[in-house]
Design a protein around this ligand. Structure first.
Ligand code: FEO
Ligand code: CA
Ligand code: CA
Length: 709
């Protein structure tokens, strides 16, 4: 999500200690840890190994070595990769998925039907699902988020959108709605080492902001989500602003709704959650609601205006926005109706990443709210993991029924990062006791036991329990052996100096008895930099009794900054970390990849957005984890790829054999080079002006070896 489109306001007015202050105070504890407690801390982490194995790092083994030369920063209309690597454009926006869509051409006039049968726009999070147990490195289903749209590119042949600030034509709105959501597409490796999608694969499909979906979990069937479309509150239409993602051990895709509030509008009385989540009060982002009227079917546009009417909730769409803000589960192997898993909370979800999977233990999913001074969450399933619930890849199975077993019942927690590198998970249950001794339900003004109400008001619940406001939580990934969780905190322009007073929206006056979030918040130990424009990556280890220990893994910075806390060099300076993936290579070894979504700072003056790599186990003396990036190990953090001008680099996975790595180029300015080509070299720059198209990029080594090594 580019900074042009993201919501720059802070909607968190609570008084909880901001995360920056927590980090500052933590640094001294980290020094103590390194001075003698490090091994004890490591042995505490042992229980997080896969399958309950010891989980100790391969301390005596030689860590993996990144075997590419870090590339320079660049500002070109091309993808740049290290020498010896190839990079290919794959499934750019508008690529036909089936015979109902005509072939892409640079001057194609997009229509609702064409877009519904083609790859969506602005690729973001993604994940690959093998079609059988053996061939996943040659053939798989790609599930891909299409986060938002570039109206100028979408409507380029007609010179831009019609009346972007007035009444929108119905078919333009339908097309824009169909450009959002999720794409499922079959991908195959070609004999020349390149990649192609399978046109007309029976698996190919789109789930757009219009596709019917089911609500599941605590909110489903509650009064909070009854609408004229679903008077029993069990259904809604579409998923929107699908940013990052997750996946499950039973072979389903999790897609996460991030900046969805902006497609709605409420010109009347607002619910407190509308205000907290930032629903517009004058016009939706693209004015979709203005197309309501004689040209629409079944309130397909009217539903975006959530202004309450005079009658019952089931007679209007006042609750429509309450059917958004969730983690959505999709079975890529079937055409089953997707399900919004409301138990995982309601906010601007960035992504949803599984923790270590161990037989007989609950499953954990980490998820974050990407707004300034908002929170990190985790969901712990009530059901304990049964390996028999993992169907063979591609087998027919009711995967969403398995999802209902693990994702509809459990406990949602918000994180409090304390000083001294400690932290606690705060349960967001109706009966949880707030620091003032009330039940959480009572503190929120809800009836006793109202689990649905807690979910609708997730952010307020986290305020009241004392969660730590963070510097915009983005992606997360877990080292499955150590159990260490990495989380990107991209930046925060509303983080103020230590000692300043926090400010609160609504003047700090609680709405509906709920807590209210921070508008600005002073630094805390875990978010230690005022006006944090470069961001950082935090890492934690779970402990018993809902406790954890944490440290800052790396601080973004330009090389010349006085506040270059991790000692970055020209070869790895970065800012605004966003996408992130712990690429497990087995035996306690792995590569941590992370991507950037940066602009308007000294790093942006040096380079376009980028992909970096580091082997965490290679950082410390003896190869142990627990070491962070510092001035002494700069050669370990390397720039692997740079995107074209104007883009953000996001989305990442590799084939099981690690011979191909896939990333996404979102909102490029003038790329890919050839407007008409189905397949082309991603490293080629256009000779003139092209209609830009977000695309996946497949990267592999010319010699066929593992990427990165
Ligand atoms: Fe869609 Fe927070 O990035
Ligand atoms: Ca993101
Ligand atoms: Ca971002």
């Amino acid at each position: 999500m580019s900074r042009e489109v993201e919501d720059h306001r802070s909607h968190n007015n609570s008084r909880n200690m901001p995360f920056g202050e927590v980090v500052e105070r933590h640094l001294s504890r980290r020094q103590i840890l390194q001075g003698g407690l490090g091994l004890a801390a490591l042995s505490m982490m042992g229980g997080f190994g896969l399958g309950g194995s010891a989980g100790a790092r391969a301390q005596d083994k030689t860590p993996l070595a990144l075997a590419f030369e870090a590339i320079r920063g660049s500002h070109t209309d091309a993808v740049v990769v290290p020498e010896g690597y190839r990079a290919q454009v794959l499934i750019p926006w508008g690529t036909p998925l089936n015979a109902r869509a005509s072939a892409w051409q640079n001057n194609l006039a997009m229509t609702p039907e064409q877009q519904a049968n083609s790859v969506g726009m602005h690729h973001d999070g993604m994940h690959a699902f093998p079609l059988d147990a053996d061939s996943g490195s040659r053939r798989f289903l790609l599930a891909l988020n299409n986060e938002y749209i570039d109206q100028d590119a979408l409507w380029a042949p007609q010179g831009g959108p019609t009346q972007p600030d007035g009444v929108r034509p119905a078919d333009e709105v339908r097309t824009e709605i169909n450009a959002h959501g999720v794409t499922i597409v079959e991908i195959q490796r070609q004999d020349d080492g390149g990649w192609a999608h399978v046109v007309d694969s029976p698996y190919n499909r789109r789930i757009t902001t219009a596709t019917p979906v089911l609500l599941s979990g605590p909110v489903a069937g509650s009064d909070y989500v009854k609408t004229r479309y679903s008077s029993d509150g069990t259904r809604t239409r579409g998923t929107n602003n699908n940013c990052a993602n997750g996946y499950t051990p039973w072979g389903t895709y999790l897609t996460c709704e991030e900046n969805w509030p902006e497609v709605f509008v409420n010109t009347g009385e607002r619910f407190s959650d509308d205000a907290r989540l930032g629903l517009p009060t004058d016009r939706g982002r693209y004015g979709w609601e203005t197309a309501a009227g004689d040209d629409e079917h079944d309130d397909e546009f009217a539903r975006f205006d959530v202004t309450p009417g005079q009658g019952e909730a089931s007679e209007d769409y006042r609750n429509e926005a309450r059917t958004f803000g969730y983690v959505v589960e999709i079975d890529p192997y079937s055409q089953a109706v997707a399900m919004k898993r409301t138990a995982l909370g309601r906010f601007r979800h960035e992504g949803c990443w599984p923790g270590p999977v161990r037989a007989g233990e609950p499953l954990t999913f980490y998820t974050g709210h990407d707004s300034r001074n908002e929170y990190i969450y985790k969901f712990v399933s009530a059901a304990r993991w049964d390996p028999a619930d993992a169907p063979e890849p591609g087998n027919e199975a009711d995967r969403l029924a398995i999802g209902s077993k693990y994702l509809d019942e459990g406990t949602l927690y918000a994180a409090r990062f304390d000083e001294e590198g400690r932290g606690e998970w705060l349960a967001l249950t109706p009966d949880a006791r707030t620091p003032s001794g009330q039940t959480l339900a009572a503190a929120l003004g809800l009836e006793a036991g109202d689990a649905a109400g807690i979910i609708i008001h997730t952010c307020d619940a986290a305020d009241l329990m004392g969660a730590t406001p963070m510097d915009r939580p983005e992606w997360s990934s877990v080292d499955p052996v150590s159990g260490e969780v990495y989380f990107t905190l991209t930046n925060n322009s509303k983080r103020t100096e230590d000692g300043t007073e926090a400010t609160f929206t609504n003047g700090g006056v609680a709405v509906d008895a709920a807590g209210v979030g921070f508008a600005t918040a002073p630094t805390n130990a875990a978010n230690p930099r005022a006006n944090n424009e470069n961001g950082h990556i935090i890492r934690w280890r779970e402990e018993n009794d809902n406790r954890f220990s944490w440290e800052i893994f790396v601080f973004g910075s330009d090389v010349d900054a006085a506040d270059n806390r991790s000692g970055l060099t020209r070869d790895n300076q970065f800012a605004s970390p966003d996408g992130l993936w712990y690429d497990d290579r087995g035996d306690g070894q792995g590569i941590l990849w992370f991507q950037t979504d940066n602009s308007d700072n000294a790093v942006a003056e040096y380079t376009n957005d980028q992909l970096l790599a580091v082997v965490p186990a290679a950082l410390g003396a003896g190869g142990g984890s627990g070491s962070v990036i510092n001035a002494d190990n700069q050669d370990q953090l390397k720039r692997f790829a740079v995107g074209p001008n104007g883009c953000e680099v996001t989305g990442i996975f590799a084939t099981p054999d690690r011979t191909a790595l896939f990333i996404n180029i979102q909102h490029p300015g003038n790329w890919p080079a050839d407007g008409d080509a189905l397949s082309q070299d991603a490293t080629q720059a256009a000779s003139g002006k092209v209609r830009p198209r977000a695309a996946t990029v497949a990267i592999w080594k010319a010699d066929g070896g593992q990427v990165g090594l």
